[in-house]
Design a protein around this ligand. Structure first.
Ligand SMILES: [Mn+2]
Length: 282
């Protein structure tokens, strides 16, 4: 069992680095085909199943799926420990099953695991919660599993760029940090220090409450028109957080996904009109 998991995580990391659409830490999607964009999952298995159903990758060979922030949330063990790593393992299996069509973005909960630092969700510290649950399940093999998870998470790309000038990442730098963001982080092999405050990988995954000025600056810097992010909890499953910014959430019963045709351009209004509630998917 531990051997199987360690191998799974190694193969997942390899698949992330080998992704043929990836340049540095950005996945550049092709014009042919479509994309299912989603927000944070936070251990929500049922919504992951709905995304898998909606994406139907078996029958849609030109479709891509973007997932993010898989860990921290969902089922707990009897001691209250966070079991979301079980969903992470299944998401890695999904990536391995569909190779270069499943793209899992780096989230700040991932960077917290990689750095073994605290991250609070709904008043609860999630990093230790998941580590204790891993210790309980894997006992003497726990350190190897935790190392495997950290190495897998570190292999994740920071962003997805669509040919129709839509950018997906977990977040964007906050207003006070937008000028400190160095886009060279997008082109290099990520190291742990790139994900520690105030490095640019950290800035890209932790920012909140972006002003329109910040979003516009990032659009110019990255040469894109609009953004689809996760990270900020959405009670209604999504919100339009600026002229050219949509935030998705996929981690509760009002969660959503957003299908995008990569071969055409969209106004933000058209993107909003395309949003699908996950509960509408069988
Ligand atoms: Mn987040």
């Amino acid at each position: 069992m531990p051997e199987t998991i360690v191998r799974l995580l190694d193969q997942g990391a390899e698949a992330n680095y080998r992704d043929r659409f990836r340049r540095g830490n950005v996945v550049n999607l092709p014009v042919e085909g479509s994309l299912i964009a989603t927000g944070d999952l936070h251990g929500h298995r049922r919504n992951f199943e709905r995304i898998v159903t909606a994406a139907d990758l078996e029958n849609r060979p030109d479709r891509h799926v973007v997932l993010q922030e898989i860990i921290h949330g969902g089922p707990e063990n009897a001691q209250g420990g966070c079991l979301s790593y079980q969903l992470l393992f299944d998401v890695v299996r999904y990536k391995l099953g569909f190779g270069d069509r499943v793209h899992i973005l780096m989230g700040n909960h991932d960077t917290a695991f990689i750095n073994d630092s605290a991250v609070i969700k709904n008043g609860k510290e999630m990093n230790q919660s998941m580590r204790l649950a891993l210790d309980r399940e894997f006992q003497q093999d726990s350190e190897r599993i935790k190392t495997g998870i950290a190495q897998y998470l570190l292999s994740q790309p920071l962003a997805v760029r669509c040919p129709n000038r839509i950018w997906l990442s977990h977040s964007l730098p906050g207003n006070a940090y937008v000028d400190a963001f160095n886009k060279q982080v997008l082109g290099k092999r990520l190291r742990i220090e790139d994900l520690v405050r105030p490095a640019s990988g950290y800035l890209l995954t932790w920012g909140r409450n972006h002003s329109q000025e910040t979003v516009d600056k990032m659009a110019r810097l990255l040469d894109v028109d609009s953004f689809i992010l996760g990270h900020q909890r959405q009670e209604q499953g999504w919100c339009r957080a600026g002229d050219n910014l949509i935030i998705l959430g996929s981690d509760h019963n009002h969660g959503c996904l957003l299908p995008i045709d990569l071969g055409r351009s969209y106004t933000v209004e058209e993107l909003v009109d395309s949003i699908v509630p996950l509960t509408s998917i069988a």
